[in-house]
Design a protein around this ligand. Structure first.
Ligand SMILES: Cc1ncc(COP(=O)(O)O)c(C=O)c1O
Length: 445
């Protein structure tokens, strides 16, 4: 038996290779290289959110109740009553409740996918979408990670606008070990203008594609800038990615929260544009950050790939949330209340953004970006000082929390992100928060 084992081990070249390489790389460790080295320490946002925890605030000698936070990357409007009723109907009905405890198909509950098709058509004029081109998942966060694994090999480069959503950067490390991140400039760090020279940015994108860029991801509307790139820019970016046989990935986490005219890209269909992938989530528009449901829209080949990954990562997207979402969409699309709800929510955040912009202008006079949608604006730090120290001092001295730009991309290395989302019903707090900053700066110069 011993000899047999020895002989088998000798023949197993992969095992021998592994033993050889692991001997060479011998190191004392408890966890993976990814966790111990690549993801080591707190991200910039984690650092600041830890600082904002009640205990940490008390340690600074502040009363947490008096802190005004422009930090939270979330919305705060109430979810529609019809959604709550949809959950209630399922919970009150023994058969439906039992059904919601079953695994759904790997691609997701079919009635939910069908209702999403109706919704995309009725709201955004996305006419050619089929339910087969929709895959349900846990959230945009999970789907972003899995899309990367479907369209890229580890080590292949991934592109973002600079600045971009800070969570993407660690997601790339997790999904694609060894993949470099390449930034396409969007924000001018001195002038504080956004994509004012789109041709230059597109030229850079083209050059990246020549060097092997596989995917270019843009949140629309964006986090942290709340900008929506022009139709021309997005169209050209899609053409460039298509020519390079790569993908344009539009993250529509904030899709329903646009302020002006509806962006044309909202009706682009991955059925017609096979190199377009879009990600969606109930988190923001339905104020369902904790009721985790997201979906991807893509061409059949990408959906098939995602199904394979979903099988290992999720096995089954959440049945209860899918069933409730399907019922909610069916009812509110039919009675017209969904349009009213979304319009009210859009107006609420547009108004909230306007309060923040006018406070910034009248009290601080800082450069800032006017939101096209979403929940944020970005400003440079006074005198372009390093943002982490500035944010820490500001919190200690005024009880106002901002997010340092570090982590959103090189252009935000002396920038700040201010979120008005959590304060959508508390406009007076926005005004007071900005006033506190203004008084502090008047004292310190
Ligand atoms: C651009 C962007 N995408 C995705 C997410 C996360 O969405 P989800 O809750 O669906 O994971 C956020 C959250 O702030 C975001 O800003």
């Amino acid at each position: 038996m011993k000899d047999f084992l020895k002989e088998t081990l000798k023949k197993d070249t992969s095992l021998l290779q592994y033993m050889d390489s692991s001997r060479k790389q011998k190191r004392k460790r408890h966890l993976s290289r990814l966790v111990e080295q690549e993801l080591h320490g707190l991200s910039p946002i984690q650092t600041i959110m830890k600082m904002a925890e009640h205990q940490a605030i008390r340690k600074m000698g502040l009363n947490p109740e008096e802190v005004i936070s422009f930090g939270g990357g979330w919305c705060n409007h109430t979810a529609p009553e019809a959604l709550r009723n949809a959950y209630q109907t399922i919970l009150n009905d023994a058969t439906l409740f039992h059904q919601s405890g079953r695994y759904s198909p790997i691609i997701g509950d079919s009635s939910c996918r069908e209702q999403i098709c109706h919704f995309e058509d009725a709201f955004y004029n996305l006419t050619s979408l089929e339910s087969e081109n929709i895959l349900l998942g846990h959230s945009s966060t999970q789907l972003f990670h899995d899309v990367l694994r479907v369209v890229c090999d580890p080590g292949e480069p991934v592109g973002f606008l600079d600045p971009t959503y800070a969570n993407y950067l660690n997601a790339v490390k997790c999904a694609l070990p060894g993949s470099p991140i390449w930034f396409v400039p969007a924000l001018h760090p001195q002038k504080w203008t956004y994509l004012k020279t789109p041709d230059e940015s597109l030229e850079i994108l083209k050059q990246y594609c020549e060097k092997g860029l596989r995917v270019f991801a843009i949140p629309v509307p964006d986090n942290p800038t709340s900008q929506i790139p022009s139709e021309e820019f997005l169209k050209s970016a899609l053409e460039i990615m298509t020519d390079a046989n790569g993908y344009l990935l539009l993250d529509h986490a904030y899709k329903a929260l646009w302020f002006g005219e509806m962006p044309r890209c909202y009706s682009w269909s991955p059925v017609e544009q096979s190199h377009l992938i879009t990600l969606h989530s109930n988190s923001k528009w339905l104020s369902s950050l904790g009721r985790r449901l997201g979906w991807a829209e893509a061409h059949d080949t990408v959906i098939n790939g995602l199904e394979k990954i979903n099988e290992s990562v999720l096995l089954s997207p959440d049945s209860l949330h899918s069933m409730a979402t399907a019922r909610f969409l069916e009812q509110t699309l039919a009675d017209g209340s969904l349009k009213q709800y979304v319009n009210d929510v859009r107006r609420l955040y547009e108004k909230t953004a306007a309060v923040m912009m006018s406070s910034l202008d009248s009290c601080l006079g800082w450069k800032r970006l006017t939101p096209d949608g979403g929940l944020y604006t970005c400003c440079p730090t006074p005198h372009h000082v390093e943002p982490r120290g500035f944010v820490e001092r500001l919190l200690k001295e005024t009880g106002v929390l901002l997010i340092p730009g570090t982590g959103f991309g090189p252009s935000m290395s002396s920038g700040l992100r201010l979120s008005y989302g959590p304060l959508c019903y508390m406009h007076e707090q926005i005004i007071e928060g900005i006033e506190r900053i203004s008084h502090y700066l008047a004292k310190t110069g």
